[in-house]
Design a protein. Structure first.
Length: 349
């Protein structure tokens, strides 16, 4: 029999969480078991989000050159809490282009993947009991990230019939005096849609109204982890132009197929005057949570790495095959702008 004291050894929160565990990881475990049983050919494991295309060919050379770079002082030493400057500059340059506003490296902090960026951001803005609105369906880890810092997730349902865009009335009903943040993700996992400018404008205006009403900023955190895996010709939204209290989380996990290297960034809207104070506070969260900026070799290599993406166009081919199959099966879906297809039928089953 298990000792009563042993049972009390963890926090009640983690004890409960261990039992439910992350749904994504659970699906991955099931899929791996099924591969053993039915073979690789029969099972397609889409659960954990490992890219299905390799990093760009140039990757190995860039990393070898970085390793051999004699000017790279202290290659394995501790990095600044904000990350190395050349990496921050490279991210600033990329998002200056994507967002259409000037972003200095001072508004960027390098993080352990996109998840690291979201976690350190939430750690820095949330007080106990603060609420974070998430349009649903959503990336299944978000509620855990929010609860990590004693926040409360509030779900705003979106519907297939409305193209998975955010509904104004439903969104407004989510707000209370405790609302601190809204996490949006576009291109969106799992629906595959991108938010229209109309949606982004609407949520920005509502956040502005409630920011003024309750007298403290309500943040919009735009999770842009898929911003460079759009279908050709599709436009990524520009949250910095719409809303002052906004931040972006990003990583090279998807567009460069490097999820295991844990390289990401948090980018703060340059319009915020206390930006440097905020970045400093967020960088302290990076240190206190002991996740720190990503590994130094990759930070150093970022300016070269970001000039490439893996062959994301290959996803378009897989997508065409899935779309054709769904059509044959007469399953309705909203045409995705990125890698995912999320059908109404599956949602209801
Ligand atoms: C929407 C979304 N955000 C964040 C992440 C986490 O990204 P990273 O592995 O860079 O931490 C994922 C991973 O699948 C995701 O789908």
């Amino acid at each position: 029999m298990v000792d009563f004291l042993e049972k009390q050894a963890l926090s009640p929160y983690m004890t409960e969480l261990c039992q439910s565990s992350s749904a994504i990881r659970k699906m991955d475990e099931i899929a791996k078991e099924m591969v053993k049983k039915y073979g690789e050919e029969a099972i397609h494991n889409f659960s954990i989000g490992n890219p299905r295309v390799p990093p760009p060919e140039e990757y190995t050379k860039i990393m070898m050159d970085t390793l051999n770079d004699k000017d790279f002082f202290l290659p394995h030493g501790y990095a600044p809490n904000t990350g190395d400057q050349e990496g921050r500059e490279a991210i600033a340059e990329l998002f200056t282009k994507l967002q259409g506003v000037d972003i200095s490296y001072k508004n960027v902090i390098l993080t352990a993947g996109c998840a690291g960026a979201i976690n350190i951001f939430l750690r820095t803005i949330l007080s106990v009991g603060d609420e974070v609105i998430i349009p649903s369906p959503y990336f299944l880890e978000y509620p855990y990230y929010i609860e990590n810092f004693h926040g409360k997730p509030v779900f705003c349902e979106t519907k297939f019939e409305e193209g998975w865009q955010i509904n104004k009335e439903k969104f407004e009903k989510c707000f209370t005096a405790k609302t601190r943040c809204v996490i949006i993700n576009s291109p969106q996992n799992p629906t595959g849609i991108v938010y229209t400018d109309k949606t982004i404008k609407m949520i920005s205006e509502i956040c502005q109204n409630y920011t003024e009403k309750y007298g403290r900023p309500i943040w919009i955190l735009s999770d842009d982890v898929y911003c460079r895996v759009l279908r050709p010709g599709k436009k990524h939204h520009q949250i910095f132009k719409f809303y002052k209290y906004s931040a972006i989380s990003y990583s090279v996990s998807k567009d460069l197929s490097l999820p295991g290297e844990r390289i990401g960034a948090l980018i703060m809207n340059p319009e915020i005057k206390l930006g440097e104070r905020n970045i400093h506070a967020i960088s302290m969260s990076n240190e206190f949570l002991a996740i720190y900026p990503p590994n130094r070799l990759h930070m150093r290599a970022l300016p070269k790495l970001l000039k490439f993406t893996s062959q994301v166009e290959l996803y378009s081919e897989s997508q065409d095959i899935i779309e054709e199959t769904l059509k044959k099966l007469k399953i309705e879906y909203v045409q995705p702008e990125e890698l995912f297809i999320y059908s109404q039928k599956y949602l209801m089953e």
